[in-house]
Design a binder for this molecule. Structure first.
Ligand SMILES: [Zn+2]
Length: 446
């Protein structure tokens, strides 16, 4: 297996990746709270996770990928009240939208284990009770809280200093239920639920270890989750068992709009539907969101989307044109493929990996079976859906068109070209024959 290095947030450095069980990887990604539509900044995180998942699989790991859906928390309750409906209906509506979005941008959701918070109250309550028994949590009027002062390493993961002296002072003087400002709810009393309901952080602690064990290999999320969410997950899980929660923590950077973080609160966000309405394809969006290094901030703009659309078309052109070339001039692209893999093994260095791909498709000597084999292999990881062959019906029209042209029957060849274009293909001619490229805008549009 290829030697991999990841930047581990826990140590703030690049580390050699060693799975707990040889050849296997347990991967947990914090999923969405389904109270609203995801914006494309959120989608960037899931694309980063998907690239990691596909990469590990492509190089031979047996990967178990688990992603949670937060279908109960304060935001869900607020939204249900706003929409004058039930929490369950809010969850159903936005979870469906979320999963549709993931499928549109070609995230291997069917292979992923999607787990829902409302299906795991029992495990969450058990973990909460254990923390009470061990003295890390205490009961208050409105629920059960985790006492951050009791967990020795609290703040270490996030690089945040906790002023315990100040916290203790609060215990004495504060009339509120929380004994320090950093204490957080594990369990909330809520008259709508017979036995109360979980706090947000305990959901991920319970579900990740339920499916992956403790410790497990890789935990991912956006950088905004480092504190308090991931710090709190670590505090809960490690206090309860004395074992590490996860060995590697990978965090992706934000998507920016005009230099500011894309977010619901700033109202500067776009959804996948906004992108499709502007006639850009979901595939081009996937390319745009995956082409930067996951630890770099990425500026989103429509000009960049036009560029992404062109790249996807260029890759499809290489694929379609290569089908007409019987034998590639290049004998092998194995070295190029290995260079591509080595770049990704270096903390998923996508810009370097993509430079290899562009180098290959920009050289006409690579057209033909050797080039197609290379593209098929890299697209297993990129997931750009660029290796679709022209459907037989369209292929037959292309051949009829070329025949009409060689007979100098240009009226007929123009009629056939128009017919192919109406089917959503762009027709191009080359010395080896005509080929059709699927119009990216029409691909995967829902
Ligand atoms: Zn989480």
């Amino acid at each position: 297996l290829t030697k991999i290095k990841f930047y581990n947030t826990a140590s703030r450095q690049l580390e050699d990746f060693k799975p707990i069980t040889k050849g296997k990887v347990g991967l947990y990604s914090c999923g969405p709270t389904v109270y609203d539509e995801a914006h494309i900044g959120n989608l960037r995180a899931y694309i980063c996770n998907d690239i990691l998942y596909r990469f590990l699989k492509a190089i031979g790991y047996d990967v178990r990928w688990v992603m949670n859906i937060t279908d109960i928390d304060d935001k869900m309750i607020k939204r249900a009240k706003e929409e004058k409906t039930t929490i369950g209906q809010v969850a159903q509506k936005y979870e469906k939208k979320f999963l549709d979005d993931l499928r549109s941008i070609n995230i291997g959701i069917d292979e992923t284990k999607i787990v829902r918070a409302t299906d795991h109250f029992k495990e969450m309550k058990e973990l909460t009770d254990k923390l009470v028994q061990k003295g890390y949590a205490y009961k208050a009027d409105d629920g059960i809280y985790f006492s951050v002062a009791k967990f020795k390493d609290y703040g270490k993961f996030a690089g945040i200093e906790i002023d315990t002296a100040k916290s203790r002072e609060r215990v004495k003087n504060d009339t509120y239920d929380k004994s320090s400002p950093q204490d957080f709810a594990l369990w909330k009393n809520d008259s709508d639920f017979a036995d109360g309901r979980p706090g947000w952080h305990i959901e991920c602690s319970a579900m990740s270890t339920e499916y992956l064990g403790q410790p497990f290999d890789i935990h991912t999320g956006g950088v905004d989750l480092i504190f308090p969410h991931h710090q709190n997950e670590i505090a809960q899980s490690e206090a309860a068992t004395g074992k590490k929660l996860a060995n590697y923590w990978l965090h992706n950077e934000h998507l920016l709009v005009d230099g500011a973080k894309m977010s619901k609160s700033l109202r500067n966000f776009y959804t996948l539907r906004d992108v499709l309405k502007k006639k850009y394809s979901a595939t081009a969006l996937r390319f745009e969101l995956l082409q930067a290094h996951y630890r770099s901030k990425l500026d989103f703009g429509w000009e960049a989307m036009t560029g992404a659309e062109t790249v996807v078309r260029d890759l499809r052109r290489f694929w379609a044109k290569s089908a007409l070339v019987k034998k590639s001039k290049t004998l092998s692209l194995e070295d190029s493929y290995q260079t591509f893999v080595v770049a990704l093994a270096d903390d998923l260095n996508m810009p370097t990996a993509l430079a290899v791909v562009f180098g290959v498709v920009n050289n006409t000597d690579n057209e033909g079976p050797v080039g197609r084999d290379f593209l098929r292999r890299v697209d297993e990881i990129l997931g750009l859906d660029i290796t679709n062959d022209t459907p037989p019906g369209v292929q037959a029209l292309l051949e009829a068109m070329d025949l009409a042209r060689s007979d100098k029957n240009f009226i007929e060849s123009d009629r056939l070209r128009l017919k192919i274009e109406k089917l959503g293909y762009q027709v191009e001619n080359s010395p080896v024959g005509s080929y059709a490229i699927a119009e990216t805008q029409n691909s995967k549009v829902r």
